[in-house]
Structure formats: C-alpha cells, structure tokens
Design a binder for this molecule. Sequence first.
Ligand code: NDP
Length: 481
Amino acid sequence: MEKILNYINGELVEPVGGSFLDNIEPATGKVYGKIPDSDEKDVENALLAAKSAFEGWAKTSMKERSEILLKISRLIDQNLKSLAEEESRDNGKPIKLAEMVDIPRASSNFHFFATALLHDSSQSHFMEHVPAINYTLRRPIGVVGCISPWNLPLYLFTWKIAPALASGNCVVAKPSEITPFSAFRLSEICIEAGLPKGVLNIVHGLGPKVGSAIVSHSGVKAISFTGGTKTGEAIAREAAPKFKKLSLELGGKNPNIVFADCDFEEALSTTMLSSFSNQGQICLCGPRVFIQKPIYERFRDAMVEKAAKLKIGDPNSQDTRIGALVSEPHMNKVLSYIKLAKEEGGKILAGGNRVNLEGRCEGGYFVEPTIIEGLDHACRTNQEEIFGPVVSLIPFENEEDVIAMANSTEYGLAASIWTQDLSRAHRVGERIQSGIVWINCWLLRDLRTPFGGMKNSGVGREGGFEAMKFFTEQKNICIKY
Ligand code: NDP
C-alpha cells in the first residue's frame, strides 16, 4: 500500500489528525494507496511555514530562484518514465499520453517560468505637461493558494505553482484528492532540488475541508483555482468579502467547427484527438462538433469508423488510446449523460456503453468513445459539461448559423475552427465567445500567450507574463522633478 504524505515546512509529514483516505486506481477499481485526510490544522501549519519562509524567498536573487526552478524542471525530466507511470496509474490515462503530454508539460512549466522571471520587466510612464515620471513596482504578494483538478494532475498543478514561486511568493497548494500522487512526487523532487523549506507546501485532502480552509484563511492573499464552475462559484463567494485576488479557470463546452472547405483529413484526425484524448477529460476538448452540411455525412461516417478502431485498454499498455475514466462517480455521471442524450432524442452512432475488460482491469471505469447525432444545440446534452468521451455532432448551414449555436452555452473557454478560407477564419475567430480560439489546430500551446475563459469558464488569465502579473502586487510611484 503506497502511503503519501503532506509536504510542510520542507518535510514529508503525516496529517495532524492521523487519518487517511483511500486512493483508488481507476483502471482496476481497487485501492492501491493512502492519502492524508488533512484538515484546517494542517493548512494552518502550512500557512505558518509559508509565512516564515516568505521574507527569505522574496529576497533570493532572481538567478538563485531561477536555478532552483530549473533544477526542479530537470528532475521532472529525469524521472519522466516513473512519473508517467504513476500519473497513469493514479488517473487512468494512457501511459503514452502521460509520457508525451502531462509530464513534459509539467517540466516545461517550471522551465518556462524559471527563465521568464529573468526577463520580467515593469512599466514606466513619462508625463507630458508636468515634469514627472511614474514607474511601477511589482512585488510578490506573500502567501498564495493554488488548487488544481484531477484531469491533468501534475501539468495543471505546476502551471500554477511555477509562476507563483517564480514571482517570489510562497505557496500552499492542494491537488485533487482523486489524483494526488504526482503532487507527492513533486514534493520529493522539490526537496532534492534544494527548494528552501516552507516555500512550497502541499496539503492533501478533500476540497470542502482542505481547499476551503486555504480559500478562507486570512493569511492567503490570492487564490489560483482550476476546476468546475460550481466550485469556482463557491470559492468566489468565500474569497470576495476578504478581497483576495482570484484567478478562476473553470468548465467548458467547447465548439469544434468544421467548415466544408477544411483540410478534411487534418480536421478529422485532430477532431478525434479533441474529442477523445484523455477520455475527453480535458477542459479544452471539443464535445460539440459542428459540421457544415455539404460534408456532414462523410465526416460523421469517418469519425464513427475511426472511433471503432480506438483501442480501449489497460492504461499501462503503450498501444492503449482510451484509458479509464477517473473515478466511479465520474463514470456514472458520464453514463447518465449518454442516457439523457437518448431521452432527448439523440441517436448513438458509436459507443454508448461501459466497457468491461478482462484480467487486471476487470473492475475499471472504462467507457466507449461515444458519438451522438440528432440533438438540438440547445438541449441539456449540448449545453452542460459532460467531461467524458462523448461528442455530439451538429450539422450547420452557414457562418451565422454556427456562430449563434457555438455561442449559445454559458461557457466560453476554447474553440477550434477548421477552414481553408483565411478571411472566414479571422471573421469567425473574432466572433466566437471564448478565451482561446484554435484555427486548423487544437491544443497547440505557446506558454507566453494568455490562457483562460470568458463567461462562466473563468475569471482572469494564466500563462506567460499574465500569470506573473497575477502573482504580484503592483505599486505605482510618481516622482515630480
Ligand atoms: P472540482 O471543482 O470538483 O475540483 C477542483 C479542485 O478544487 C480539487 O482539488 C477539489 O478538491 C477542490 N475543491 C472542491 N471543493 C472545494 C471547495 N469548496 N473549496 C476549495 N477547493 C475545493 O473539479 P474537478 O477536479 O472535478 O475537475 C474537473 C473540472 O475542472 C471540469 O469542470 C473542467 O472543465 C475543469 N477544468 C478547467 C480547466 C481550465 O483551464 N479552465 C482545466 C482543467 C479542468 P477535491 O478533489 O478533493 O474535491
């Protein structure tokens, strides 16, 4: 039984209350480890450690900070194989995906912000009619909270922690208790890298206990949160009266728009990825596939044919493309949406069922890649976030038609547009209500660009200097001379 521990004040420690939760492997449905069931006492200890580490960390030279963060990045690279295995076991994702996406991107998060901090700058404003100049200082905030979800565990955890540390803050962080293992391994890596004690503290446990204790603590001055829209709402309610800085990366129901003049094969193969990668459990997946009428049947049939060939299997196996969903409750939620789709008049063209594998993965949470057609764009299946391997195909006539349908949800995180017409690409890209628009690609990320959603998909932007700005307090100094 693998038992993980909290990382507080530079040490790996048991929770004060001494109780642990089960960690379940989604591919088998069996308990394989224990997770601290921490509470507000552990958060308090983490806060005290972070507070006393802050002055020292904020004063380290940029070079020193950069070198420690680079060392963390290198250690993630050196441990890529074992981290990928552990991430796959904890989350159910195919090991190949963890090797190619999750772990390399976690390393590049540290690498990027380790070097970004060396190139950070602030502004100055010269006044024209008065002999005066303003310059703006940006200083670390102090102790900040980072809370992340289960779908891309180490990738999203480090996406927050790296800029927070690079900007000179100390951090109290909580990964999802559903997938805590790679965060535990990160704490070991931080110890090996020589990160001063208390600079990063990782408290494991349940959202309503540990997460909520971090959000409500008066010593935490800013919260960076990624997760569901409902949780984001609860966090905003808690944090608002205390005037905390908030960055919220929330849910999505992204449109994937395929025009008849697209590069068919490219649009098709990438649509398969944006539909089913990580079992559809990526906030940037495109579960609403709008296909222009002249190519609707051809595109639909090709998708259905490809879906049948996707290998569902043990996430451990290198040729598995569809692993397990993250938990039994989540699998049941996804299956309930497939049932709802049928009730709403949808026709299941591919998949639609739980998969019972034999052998090691007998009790795992596997669901077939599922393709549905015939649903109105306004029905619940097409409006609510399912977050599983389920896509709905919707034919459309023209630009006006598809823009109205694409913008009809409460969400506005990301969109993909497939067309060879450059003017149309710009026109539609500009009118789609989402924080991120990909044209003729998907999941192509440049870490310098702003990342985040509009509408109920979030508040604020992460990425690049946006993240460094979020994690610093600005102060303008005006000098008359
Ligand atoms: P949740 O909102 O359930 O949980 C996210 C994190 O918040 C977890 O660590 C969770 O802990 C914690 N938490 C839960 N309740 C509270 C609370 N009251 N106070 C503080 N923290 C709390 O999301 P999921 O983990 O289910 O992740 C899936 C969601 O994340 C989807 O909606 C998806 O769209 C979204 N997401 C958004 C992304 C974006 O960039 N916009 C990227 C990736 C995912 P615990 O696990 O213990 O409940």
